[in-house]
Design a protein around this ligand. Sequence first.
Ligand code: G6P
Length: 608
Amino acid sequence: MCGIISYCGKREAIPILMDGLKKLEYRGYDSAGFAVVENGNNVVVKTVGKVSNLEAKRAGLQINSSFGIAHTRWATHGKPSEVNSHPHTDCHNKISVVHNGIIENYLEIKEELIKKNHTFKSETDTEIIAHLIEDNFSGDLEVAVLKSVKRLVGTFGLAILHADIDHQIIIVKRGSPIIIGIGEDEYFAASDSNAISAYTNRMIYLSDDEMAVLNSNSYYIKDMRNQILDKQIEILEEEIFKEDKKGYEHYMLKEIYEQPESIENAFRGRLIEGEGVSKLGGLEPVIDRLKNIKKFIIVSCGTSYYAGLLGRYIFETLTELNVETELASEFRYRRLHLDENVAVLALSQSGETADTLAAIKEAKRKGALLLGIVNMVGSAIAQITDAGVYNHAGPEIGVASTKIYTSQLVILTLIALLIGRYQSVSFIEGSEIINAIRKLPSQVSEILKNTEQIEEIALKYSKYRDFLYIGRLFNYPTALEGALKLKEISYIHAEGYAAGEMKHGPISLIDQNFPTVAIAPNDLTLDKMISNIQEIKARDGKIISVTNADAHRIIEMSDDAFTVPRTIDILQPILNIIPLQLFAYYIARNRGCDIDKPRNLAKSVTVE
Ligand code: G6P
């Protein structure tokens, strides 16, 4: 949520800042801007809308500078307008600040500063930081920043410069992610490593309440007591950061098509056939503790929450654990009994979702074992958890999550299998699960070979305004996730419901204009799903089903049916979601929506 990039070195700064902003745009695209210092002047350029608008604006300007800061915004305080765009400046346009996060006590500070005759231009919380630093500045930016930051309550990743101080950028972190890139006599800072990995693979992950001072040929890192810290430089090895659309029209489509590979990456090297069990190196340090855990709580948000809901069913099937799934944003406020016998598992693609982070910090305070399934290596959640498993799925750029969802489901199954094999899951059962996992990539590829039918059906339904998605047991979360995909990217109202609950409310909505997507595989819930479909047909509702080729009755009853290969019940949702991802994608494309950057959303939500 909001992306920050900074450069301090000898090259032209603006192309580097613009390139970084494009890679950070998934974090917000309400407005974009940069500030560079040219001949001692603070030059600030900003626009409403996407980074391409900023690119067009700066193309007409002749600016030369080798240090600067830039920002792409997801609006929190103040509507998306040029004046509310970052960078924000002080009264004399000397200090520029870009910010990711929220300053909770900004009104109090703003009032104080107004009394001291500071003039504010925007409605943002961020602008107070520039004025506060101005107020505390007497020649040394570092001292002024340290003093100012101590007054701030909230979360922030900040990049700050002063026009009178040549080649100095100050970075501060509390709560929001920020990474320092170390080059040869040049230094970078960004909200994620992807934005700067084209220039260096040497990264420093700042922790909360740390400050980096970047100059043109040196840098140092301090804590808030002004002590220099000896932080380790980590080498970013993964090639995955050199991303493009690889010929696909959208990142989302590319990521849907990457699923055979991302699913394989989720289990590669993690299955021991001879023992019918999984092997997860990241959990080994805590395996003894894990064996004695009495309660397991999965916390997450958005699509990761729906993966967590399904994770609960998978854990209940394979283990004797008492399992709960909680929305991270609710979990942190509840009076839950947590102690060292409880494991709290955070599921997060980005590893930086503010609600999930806050939830696990709360669990840590109470002594629970913290685990994570995270895609972004070295992210905040990966750092705070006691142990965990990486998805190794490569970056997911499309705001609507696809390949991470299926990858998370595979890893949840691996963890449940690992624990279940210490409990009552037999070698034979474990081996069956392993065989089924191994077949998933080819089964997903089979679905992806036949997308013309999905595209045609999507065209037929593109004009409808409302959809109901229903499923039972393992496919109840599939209904929720299928509906979420449609509403996120096509702006069509879609409700996911447990099929059995339909008769308690949503059935009153059904008529010929309100189609239902029924996820009805040939499993033990089939007969009940047939009854639900009949109830909808009796009310003139249209049915689009996701089922298996041998579920003849479902296919006959449906107006349209997507058939997917059959696997074991706990894994069937991984196959069932694929046509629904594509269905949402094609509908959104038919409606001309901005699929990779849906309105009002951001990929990484770093505000609570
Ligand atoms: C945002 C994204 C979703 C994602 C959710 C949780 O809403 O648009 O795609 O599922 O955040 O993100 P996380 O990174 O924690 O999985």
